[in-house]
Every structure is written in structure tokens, then in C-alpha cells.
Design a protein around this ligand. Structure first.
Ligand SMILES: C[S@@+](CC[C@H](N)C(=O)[O-])C[C@H]1O[C@@H](n2cnc3c(N)ncnc32)[C@H](O)[C@@H]1O
Length: 227
């Protein structure tokens, strides 16, 4: 699969979305997202956790190679897409929010290391319509918490990863606290806080090779089995 240089749209015009997903369709959310992203892991992990530390953890465990084709699933304003592009990878940065993709494009366009090989794709990744085994790797930075049906998203991302490829997940895990229970209610966000054992069960074709939990934040690397 070649990297699309232009934006593409495969978005179902009337998908069922959680409130959290719908909030990402607002231009104001896309505008404020980079500022939240810079501080979010420090707040959620309960210890200093800069984007640079997150990028180093990802690069150290996944070792993305120049020329590989990666999917950044729910890219928002392109954090993992940027890290991958600067490692020399080709990237499809996908999101169901057009304002997020527009903000990500502007951010990447202004990056001093420019020339990033990133294609932007507006799609609901629970049902992307992309061919099987399209990608050498997939990054999922907290999209699992927001998507309407996380089991369906994981099954789709598993299908899109080639045998021998890898899947990187960052998400807020289940902590059993009242705030998480409240935010799981559809009217208050419809968020999901998955248990790592549940996530593993949704990926029967993959083996978890690495897992790190810092506060409520879970990082996992899965390798997709060959053949
Ligand atoms: C928490 S943000 C993720 C941020 C980004 N991955 C990062 O690491 O900064 C979740 C993003 O996933 C997108 N999203 C949620 N569900 C999605 C789905 N089913 N398909 C595509 N994008 C989705 C949202 O629009 C939002 O931009």
C-alpha cells in the first residue's frame, strides 16, 4: 500500500459516536489539544512524563525503521505521526475528526524538520475499509479510551497489521475509581478504561512483548504472529 499524500475521506457520514468522540469534532478541541497533550501524561501518570519521554519509550521498544509504513490510529494533532515521520517512516495519520487532521497538518507543515511523509485520512477506524495487512506497525495513543466499541477497533487494527508487524498502545487503564465510572456513562463522555487482560484477549493473533504501567497510564507493545 502506498502512502497517500493527499487527504482521503472514507468516513461514514452518520457514525454512532461517543460524546468524547463528538467533542473531538469541535474546532475548539483541536485548537486546545496540543497544550493538553504536552501535560496530559504528567497529570495522568502522577509523575513528570514529557512527550519526549513518551517518544523515547516508543522508539526504544518499537524501533521503527526508515521506509516502514505505519498507521497512527486516532492521530489527533499528529504526535505519533510526527515521531514516526522523523524516524524515516511513511505514515497514514487517521482520525474521524476533520478539525484534528487540519490542525495536525498545519503543525507538521510548520515543523523545522519538514518533508514528513505523512498522508492524512479521515475515517472511522472501527470500520476503515483498508486492505488486510496494510501496515508494518500501528500506534494507538489513547484512542482506545474514546472509541465507541474498543473491541471492534482492536479487531480492525489487528486485521490491518501485517504478520510480523507490531502494535503500540497507550491508554488509561481501569483504576476502579468513581471518576472513571462517571466518565464511562454515555451522557458524560462514554469513555472506556480497559483492563490490560481484556485488551490482550481482543488480540488473539498477537503476543504482548512489553508492558509498562505508570500511574493510570498503560503502554504496551504487541507483535503480530507470522502466518
Ligand atoms: C485521546 S485522542 C488521541 C491522541 C493521539 N493519538 C495522541 O497520542 O496524541 C483520541 C483521538 O482519536 C480519535 N478517534 C476516536 N475514535 C476514533 C475512531 N473510531 N476512528 C478514528 N479516530 C478516532 C479522536 O477524534 C481523537 O482525535
Amino acid at each position: 500500500m502506498s502512502t497517500p499524500r493527499q487527504s482521503q475521506e472514507t468516513l461514514n457520514p452518520r457514525p454512532a459516536l461517543t460524546l468524547a468522540q463528538r467533542s473531538n469534532l469541535w474546532p475548539l478541541t483541536a485548537w486546545g489539544y496540543p497544550a493538553w497533550r504536552r501535560r496530559s501524561l504528567t497529570l495522568l501518570a502522577g509523575e513528570p512524563f514529557s512527550p519526549g519521554r513518551e517518544a523515547a519509550l516508543f522508539r526504544g521498544l518499537c524501533r521503527p525503521q526508515p521506509g516502514e509504513l505505519w498507521l497512527d490510529a486516532g492521530t489527533s494533532t499528529g504526535f505519533y505521526a510526527g515521531v514516526l515521520a522523523r524516524a524515516g517512516c511513511r505514515v497514514v495519520a487517521a482520525d474521524l475528526s476533520a478539525p484534528m487532521l487540519a490542525a495536525a497538518r498545519r503543525k507538521e507543515g510548520g515543523h523545522p524538520e519538514g518533508l514528513a511523509d505523512i498522508g492524512w485520512l479521515l475515517t472511522n477506524l472501527e470500520d476503515s475499509g483498508l486492505p488486510d495487512a496494510s501496515f508494518d506497525g500501528v500506534t494507538v495513543g489513547a484512542t482506545l479510551n474514546e472509541t465507541r466499541d474498543p473491541a471492534r477497533l482492536l479487531a480492525e487494527l489487528d486485521r490491518l497489521t501485517r504478520p510480523g508487524g507490531q502494535l503500540w498502545l497507550m491508554y488509561l487503564g481501569r483504576a476502579g475509581v468513581a471518576l472513571q465510572r462517571a466518565l464511562s456513562v454515555p451522557l458524560l463522555g462514554g469513555l472506556t478504561f480497559p483492563d490490560p487482560a481484556w485488551v490482550a484477549r481482543q488480540l488473539p493473533g498477537c503476543t504482548r512483548t512489553d508492558m509498562l504501567k505508570v500511574g493510570a497510564v498503560v503502554f504496551e507493545r504487541y507483535a503480530r504472529m507470522r502466518g
